[in-house]
Design a protein around this ligand. Structure first.
Ligand code: BG6
Length: 487
């Protein structure tokens, strides 16, 4: 299994090294890999950004980031070893000025010895990708390299195509790692395991049994220090066309011939090909109250911090099964889940039957965090002399079954180092996804203000009607008795 492989020697360059992504995810993930003995035998990490910072300053930044964002306290000895691999170059890396980074790379490679592989991680906003990519080409350092592009890859269909052309003028496709960290989540990969490793789910995984699907990723956090990035992207580009679409593809794809990268990617990409183009009626955009007052946000900003969407797949399996997607910042809770709501049985013999179009008591939920697992909710007979139904559930929780999980960035950075592209995206799929949302990028429709700590603007209820959003109702579903009928 790839996870057990030790990557070859590496020099890793993080562009945007003092940004939010680097602090929150990349540095903690690299340290975690180091502690688990999953980094290469010899490696160096170079941080780069325009901000002035010394090597020691970067090491301190890494220590603080790891303490704050990782489950691990940076125990001194291990952090000491890790810190020795870190250096920093403060420099605006662009096609007409590549020397400082080039020299830093040479130095690091000499320290590692031999001909280490190069991993360039672009942890920068998508608008900075072209300059850095071009500079990598001009600098002549693309041999032995792989380049990780954070999402979103492009900001619309046209910019995607331009970027794709540029990237392929500098790199071969097998050097390009378009990351979407949701695919690195164990619980997302478990969607494939549950579907294809078991005999009982796949036969009912289609329009004959499934009424609709919800993919819900509410977040409590606001945009914080990320206004610069967020103003350029918004929830639709940052989350919907990326993370939520990728998860949708795992739920909806046909069984691949094998789990090798190409067959898996082929099936995933076919899902984007059959997605109907969205119209303004298919989305609800929102902005949390107070967003415009945040530092770095335009006072008349129309950037959405929330989006809900209805996505339809035009294929045999999913025809007329809507997928409802929702995500936003400043919402009531942090939770990511996929819920499949099943159709009612053909006959309603029980008095208490709840109409599944209102809210299905029969549903299968993949909890993608924070409490990763799978919950199957159903109706059961309550003990007693009469036929009375109560809601019940069966639950699988990852940590109680298998112990600690591997982090998403850990998994994907390790995959990039060993050259496994299975969980990364191909250009074709991303292009097809941009095609689906382009009409709503051109004509986004109204922007509703919603209160912080809520589940989004009221207009989302019209989007899903006559069905209902699974959250927050389901929080108590397992224990809530269904009202007894008067019969
Ligand atoms: C990132 C987005 O890709 O994913 C963020 O840019 C978002 O806006 C984050 O908060 C959510 O990821 P996770 O793994 O914390 O759910």
């Amino acid at each position: 299994m790839s996870w057990q492989r030790t990557p070859p020697d590496h020099v890793i360059v993080i562009f945007g090294a003092n940004g939010d992504l680097s602090r929150r995810k990349l540095l903690p993930a690299l340290f975690h890999l180091h502690c688990e003995g999953l980094m290469p035998r010899r490696y160096r990490i170079i941080g780069n950004s325009r901000s002035e910072l010394s090597d020691d300053g970067f090491r301190n930044l890494a220590r603080e980031a790891i303490e704050r964002f990782s489950g691990l306290g940076p125990d001194d000895e291990r952090f000491g070893e890790f810190a020795e691999t870190l250096s920093y170059v403060s420099h605006d890396f662009r096609p007409d000025d590549t020397d400082p980074l080039h020299s830093a790379l040479d130095r690091a490679e000499r320290e590692v010895g031999g001909e280490p592989r190069r991993l360039f991680y672009l942890a920068v906003p998508p608008t900075a990708f072209p300059t850095i990519t071009e500079a990598l080409g001009k600098c002549g350092i693309t041999q032995r390299c792989r380049v990780v592009f954070e999402k979103p890859f492009g900001t619309d269909l046209e910019s995607f195509r331009e970027l794709d052309r540029l990237v392929h003028s500098v790199l071969e496709e097998d050097q390009v790692y378009r990351i979407d960290h949701f695919l690195g989540k164990e619980a997302v990969q478990n969607i494939l395991a549950l579907r294809f490793a078991n005999g009982m789910f796949e036969p009912i995984w289609n329009r004959n049994y499934i009424d609709h699907v919800q993919i819900d990723v509410p977040e409590e956090i606001d945009v914080g220090r990320r206004a610069g990035f967020y103003e350029q992207t918004g929830a639709l580009r940052d989350m919907l066309v990326t993370h939520l679409f990728q998860v949708l593809a795992f739920v909806a794809m046909e069984p691949p011939a094998s789990l090798d990268p190409e067959p898996l990617m082929d099936e995933r990409d076919k899902v984007f090909d059959v997605m109907a183009q969205m119209t303004p009626d298919d989305i609800v955009r929102g902005q949390y109250d107070g967003y415009r007052e945040a530092e770095g946000v335009a006072p008349d900003s129309t950037t959405e911090t929330f989006v809900a969407a209805r996505v339809c797949l035009e294929n045999w399996r999913w025809k007329d099964v809507p997928f409802y997607l929702r995500t936003g910042k400043g919402m009531a809770e942090k939770r990511s889940a996929v819920t499949l709501a099943f159709r009612s049985p053909p006959m309603r013999m029980f008095p208490d039957f709840v109409d599944p179009r209102r809210f299905a008591p029969n549903h299968l939920t993949f909890e993608l965090g924070p409490h990763d697992g799978v919950v199957l909710a159903f109706l059961a007979k309550k003990p007693g002399p009469s036929i009375e139904l109560g809601r019940a559930h069966m639950e699988f929780r990852y940590t109680s079954a298998f112990g600690d999980l591997i982090g998403d960035y850990e998994r994907l950075i390790h995959d990039a180092m060993i050259g496994d592209r299975t969980l990364f995206s191909r250009g074709d799929g991303i292009e097809a996804a941009w095609k689906v949302v382009q009409p709503v990028l051109d004509d986004p429709g109204p922007l509703y203000v919603y209160p912080r700590g809520s589940w989004g603007p009221d207009a989302i209820d019209r989007l899903i009607a006559p069905r209902q959003w699974h959250f927050p109702v389901s929080r108590s579903h397992a224990f809530e008795p269904v009202e007894r009928s008067d019969r």
